[in-house]
Design a protein around this ligand. Structure first.
Ligand code: ZN
Ligand code: ZN
Length: 604
C-alpha cells in the first residue's frame, strides 16, 4: 500500500517537547520561534525529516504554522483543518487559529514586546512570508532572529535522516522535450528579465527542466535538489551524489554540471561577487537564498520561477500521455465502482477496506508508480471533511442510505490523475439528490465553458458555484487546481479559484471539482481533470474562444441526479460524456464490469 492508516500523531509527547523547545529558546534569548509545516523547497509533501510541525504539535495536516512563545503558543491552520487540528493537538498548549481570518503576524505583534527576538529558520520560510512577518515584528519594536541551526532539530533526537532515493531519468517518450531545449527556453525568460542567472528551489521545476524523477517524498516523484541556471554557461545541479548512478550521471552531465549540496553557498557567493542580477521567486524560494545573495552583493530580481509557466503548458507528448493515463485509470476506476456497487448495499464495507481495494485495481493496471495523494475515503459525515484522511481510529462503515465520497489519483509515467466520485449507498434521499444535482450543474457549467484569451481562473470559478449560490449554498475551496505530468497533483501557476490570477492557456491541465458539504451528514464532490483547448472560432461568433476538454473517464452516479433540475444543454453534456466513457472504457472491460458500465452510462 502507498497509504497508511495508523494515527501518526502522538499528542502524549507534545507537552515535554514544547517544554524542551522553550528551554532552548531561553538559552538562545529568543522570545518566540516559528515552526512551519514546510521544508527547504516549500514542497506540499515533505520528507519525514522535515515533519517538524507534526513532531512538535501532533498536527499532521499538509499546511500550518506554529508560533511558540515563552508562555503561550498558537497553531495557524486553514479551513481544511479546523476540525482535524483540535483533535490532534493539545489545545491547552496551542491555541488553534484559522487563517486567513486570523494572521500569524497579528498574533506575533500582540505577543512580542519591545526588544524581543523572534527566531526562525531562514531555510523554511519563503522570502514573501518573512517579509510579512518582518513588518509585524517591526511594529512591535522587536527583531527577527534567523537561526542557522534549527532549535527543533537540536532537540529532536530520533529525527530521520534526509531521504536518499535513486534519481531516474524521465524518458523523452513521456517528457516530449529534451533538457537542452527546455534550458534554452528558460534562458529566453532570463534575457527578457536581463538576469544573469535564476535560482531554482522547487524540485518539480528541476524535475521538469532536466527530465528526472525521484522518490524523496511521498506521492510526488521528486528528487530533492537545487539548481542555478545562468544565462550563459553550464547550469549547476546541487544534489546528493548518492542519488545518482553512473548511468544517470552520464546523461545529466550532457546538460548540467553536478555539484554537492554543500557547494551551494559558495556558488551563491560567486554570483554576489560578480554583482550579478539574479532572478529569485519570492513565493517559493526561502529567505536563506535571498540572505546569501544579498550579503554577497548580488542584485535580486523578484519574479516567478520561469519553469512554472513553461511546465504548465503541456506539450503534445505529455497531452497524449495524459490521455493514455486517464484511459488506464478510467478502467481501474470503473472496475472499482462496479465492485463497490455490487458489495456496498450489504453494509459491510468500511472506508479503509474500500481504499485498499481501489489501490488494488490501480495496481492491476501494471503501471501504477504511486498514488498521487492519500485517498480521501469519506463515508457519510466523514465525506463532509474536505481533506479527510481515514485512519484506524476514524474508519467508518458505508451504511445504506448514505453518500460515500472518494477522491483519489494515480501517478503513472505518462500522467498524473485526480478524480472524485460521490456514490449513493442504498437509496438516496431527495435532499441528497438535490444537492448532488446542484453540484453537477456547476461541474457541467465549467466543463462546457467557452472563454476568451486572457481569462483567469478567478473569472471562471463562479461558474462552478452559481447553481449552488442560487440555492443559498456554497463550498469553501477552489473549483480547480493545476495538475502536473507525472509530477505534483497540485501544480501552479494556474488555478480556478478566488486566488487564480494567472490566465489559462492551451495545454494547461486543471481539475474541475465543485462540491457541497453538509457538516455531520455528507459530502458531495464531482471531480474530473480537464485540458485547456486552443482558441477556436465559434460558429456565428466574432472572437475565438478556448474551452476545456474533459480527460477523466468514469461515470457520474445517475442515481443521484434529479433530471428535472437539468437544462436541455446540461442533460446533453451528461449523456454525451457518459456515451464517451462507454465508448472509450467499455472495450477494456469484461463480463459483469462491462454490463455494469453499460447501465451506469445509459442515457438519462
Ligand atoms: Zn481530487
Ligand atoms: Zn483535485
Amino acid at each position: 500500500m502507498f497509504q497508511t492508516f495508523e494515527d501518526t500523531s502522538d499528542p502524549s509527547k507534545v507537552k515535554t517537547r514544547v517544554a524542551r523547545l522553550r528551554k532552548a529558546l531561553r538559552a538562545r534569548k529568543l522570545a518566540a520561534f516559528l515552526v512551519p509545516r514546510a521544508d527547504e523547497h516549500q514542497n506540499e509533501y515533505v520528507p519525514a525529516c522535515a515533519e517538524r510541525l507534526s513532531w512538535l504539535t501532533g498536527f499532521t495536516g499538509s499546511a500550518g504554522l506554529a508560533v511558540v512563545a515563552r508562555e503561550s503558543a498558537a497553531l495557524f491552520v486553514d479551513g481544511r483543518y479546523t476540525l482535524q487540528a483540535p483533535e490532534q493537538v493539545d489545545t491547552r498548549i496551542f491555541e488553534i487559529l484559522r487563517v486567513p481570518q486570523n494572521k500569524s503576524s497579528d498574533w506575533v505583534k500582540a505577543h512580542l514586546k519591545k526588544g524581543d527576538a523572534l527566531g526562525y529558520d531562514p531555510r523554511l520560510h519563503s522570502v514573501k512570508a518573512i517579509r510579512k512577518m518582518e513588518e509585524a515584528v517591526c511594529e512591535a519594536g522587536a527583531v527577527l532572529a534567523p537561526q542557522e541551526d534549527n532549535p527543533v532539530d537540536a532537540i529532536w533526537e530520533d529525527r530521520p535522516p534526509p531521504p536518499v532515493t535513486p534519481v531516474v531519468l524521465h524518458p523523452l517518450e513521456f517528457a516530449g522535450e529534451p533538457a537542452s531545449r527546455k534550458i534554452a527556453r528558460v534562458r529566453k525568460t532570463l534575457r527578457k528579465n536581463k538576469a544573469a542567472a535564476v535560482i531554482l528551489t522547487m524540485p518539480e521545476s528541476i524535475a521538469w527542466l532536466v527530465n528526472i524523477r525521484g522518490r524523496d517524498v511521498p506521492h510526488t516523484p521528486l528528487a530533492l535538489c537545487f539548481a542555478i541556471l545562468p544565462a550563459k554557461g553550464r547550469p549547476e545541479l546541487f544534489i546528493a551524489s548518492k542519488k545518482l548512478t553512473p548511468d544517470v550521471r552520464k546523461v545529466l552531465e550532457q546538460d548540467v554540471a553536478l555539484r554537492k549540496p554543500d557547494d551551494l553557498p559558495a556558488a551563491l557567493a560567486a554570483l554576489g561577487k560578480a554583482k550579478s542580477r539574479v532572478l529569485l521567486d519570492p513565493e517559493t524560494a526561502s529567505r536563506w537564498f535571498a540572505d546569501r545573495l544579498d550579503e554577497a552583493g548580488a542584485q535580486i530580481i523578484h519574479g516567478a520561477d520561469p519553469c512554472l509557466a513553461l511546465k504548465a503548458r503541456k506539450n503534445r507528448t505529455e497531452i497524449a500521455g495524459t490521455r493514455t493515463a486517464h484511459r488506464r485509470d478510467g478502467v481501474a476506476m470503473c472496475r472499482f465502482l462496479a465492485w463497490l456497487d455490487a458489495r456496498a448495499p450489504s453494509g459491510t464495507l468500511d472506508e479503509i477496506g474500500v481504499t485498499k481495494k481501489l489501490e488494488g485495481f490501480r495496481r492491476q493496471t501494471g503501471a501504477l508508480k504511486e498514488i498521487s495523494f492519500d485517498t480521501i475515503s469519506g463515508a457519510g459525515a466523514n465525506g463532509a471533511i474536505v481533506h479527510y484522511r481515514v485512519s484506524e481510529a476514524t474508519n467508518a462503515v458505508l451504511e445504506p442510505g448514505t453518500l460515500y465520497l472518494v477522491d483519489s489519483g494515480a501517478q503513472y509515467l505518462d500522467g498524473t490523475t485526480d478524480i472524485t466520485r460521490t456514490i449513493a449507498i442504498g437509496e438516496p434521499t431527495r435532499e441528497m439528490r438535490r444537492h448532488f444535482t446542484l453540484v453537477l450543474k456547476g461541474h457541467i457549467a465549467l466543463a462546457a465553458a467557452r472563454f476568451p484569451k486572457n481569462t483567469r481562473g478567478v473569472d471562471l470559478d463562479p461558474l462552478a458555484r452559481v447553481a449552488l449560490w442560487d440555492a443559498g449554498l456554497d463550498f469553501d475551496h477552489g473549483a480547480g487546481h493545476g495538475v502536473g505530468s507525472y509530477l505534483s497533483v497540485h501544480e501552479g501557476p494556474q488555478r480556478i479559484s478566488k486566488l487564480g490570477t494567472v490566465a489559462l492557456e492551451p495545454g494547461m491541465i486543471c481539475s474541475n471539482e465543485p462540491g457541497y458539504y453538509r457538516a455531520g451528514k455528507y459530502g458531495i464532490r464531482i471531480e474530473n481533470l480537464v485540458l485547456v483547448a486552443p482558441l477556436r472560432k465559434v460558429k456565428g461568433g466574432e472572437r475565438p474562444m478556448m474551452s476545456f476538454g474533459t480527460l477523466t473517464l468514469a461515470p457520474i452516479d445517475r442515481r443521484l441526479i434529479d433530471v428535472s433540475m437539468l437544462t436541455a444543454r446540461e442533460l446533453k453534456w451528461l449523456n454525451a460524456y457518459h456515451a464517451r466513457v462507454l465508448r472509450e472504457i467499455g472495450p477494456e472491460l469484461k463480463g459483469k464490469d462491462k454490463a455494469w458500465l453499460g447501465a451506469a452510462c445509459a442515457p438519462l
